[in-house]
Design a protein around this ligand. Structure first.
Ligand code: ADP
Ligand code: MG
Length: 249
């Protein structure tokens, strides 16, 4: 589905990604792991068009997306969450989730926001979709709350609901459980497994090895911008190169 070929990225002469190649298969959860500063967020930024790869190819179903702007990449069905939450604190939880539909349903969403009477039915349809996504992530009772009033763990789930509401082909999750306690982490793990069962393809950037072992079908390991290993979770856990990257510093 998504294929990266020798993707490189520099920040002011310093390499953040160095000739990274791997492939994502549909319907699977691929975990992208590695120590802090390994290049994981940079990679997600390049795939989602938030940033631009300096070199290499990024293809979605054979089509090059490396130079497309973020909104076009989103329109092709790649959704993402951010490591640092990006919610509109003063908008309701539901409106935050509906913002995830602005790409696929851009015009009808804007019209519905303008309250054009002939488009009221579309507004209802979109609201129902948003409410369904909130329900999927256990947020139904909070739909009318301002997002800023939620607990941190709930905000993380709002971000996930927003990513999944458009029924995207691929979801990039940047550290969805960072800063969460064990109960909230288990809850997110459950949501990821459920979305996987529903057929969603995910790239999960994660620090938490337990979560990776729990939900990933395949693991790619980055260290200092290089792909140092990839394979099934069990093999990765005992790979000496990976152990060194994690423990050797
Ligand atoms: P990770 O998500 O794996 O922790 P990042 O992708 O955030 O790592 O960062 C990879 C490297 O690129 C780090 O050395 C980081 O300091 C650097 N980097 C990331 N973003 C920027 C930026 N906008 N400007 C300069 N350097 C950056
Ligand atoms: Mg990061």
């Amino acid at each position: 589905m998504l294929e990266l070929t020798r993707v490189s990225k520099w920040f002011g002469g310093l390499p953040a990604l160095q000739a990274v190649s791997f492939r994502l298969d549909p319907g699977r959860v691929t975990a992208l792991i590695g120590p802090n500063g390994a290049g994981k967020s940079t990679l997600i930024n390049c795939v989602s068009g938030v940033d631009r790869a300096g070199e290499g190819a990024i293809r979605l179903d054979g089509r090059s997306i490396a130079t497309l702007p973020a909104h076009q990449i989103a329109a092709l069905g790649i959704a993402r969450t951010f490591q640092n939450l990006k919610l509109f604190d003063r908008l309701s939880v539901l409106d935050n989730v509906l913002a995830g539909l602005t790409v696929t349903a851009e015009r009808s969403f804007i019209r519905s926001m303008l309250r054009l009477p002939t488009l009221r039915h579309q507004e209802r349809r979109l609201r129902l979709r948003g409410l369904q996504a909130l329900d999927d992530f256990g947020l139904t009772e909070k739909s009318a709350w301002p997002a800023g009033a939620l607990a941190y763990g709930e905000k993380k789930r709002v971000e996930m609901a927003r990513a999944f509401v458009s029924d995207p082909r691929l979801v990039l999750l940047d550290e969805p459980v960072a800063g969460l306690n064990t109960i909230e982490t288990a809850r997110i793990a459950r949501h990821i497994r459920r979305q996987r069962s529903a057929g969603h393809t995910m790239l999960l950037v994660e620090h938490d090895m337990e979560l990776v072992m729990d939900v990933a079908d395949h693991v790619v390991v980055l260290d200092s911008g290089r792909c140092i290993a990839s394979g099934p979770p069990a093999a990765i856990r005992s790979n000496p190169l990976v152990l060194e990257a994690y423990l050797g510093r």
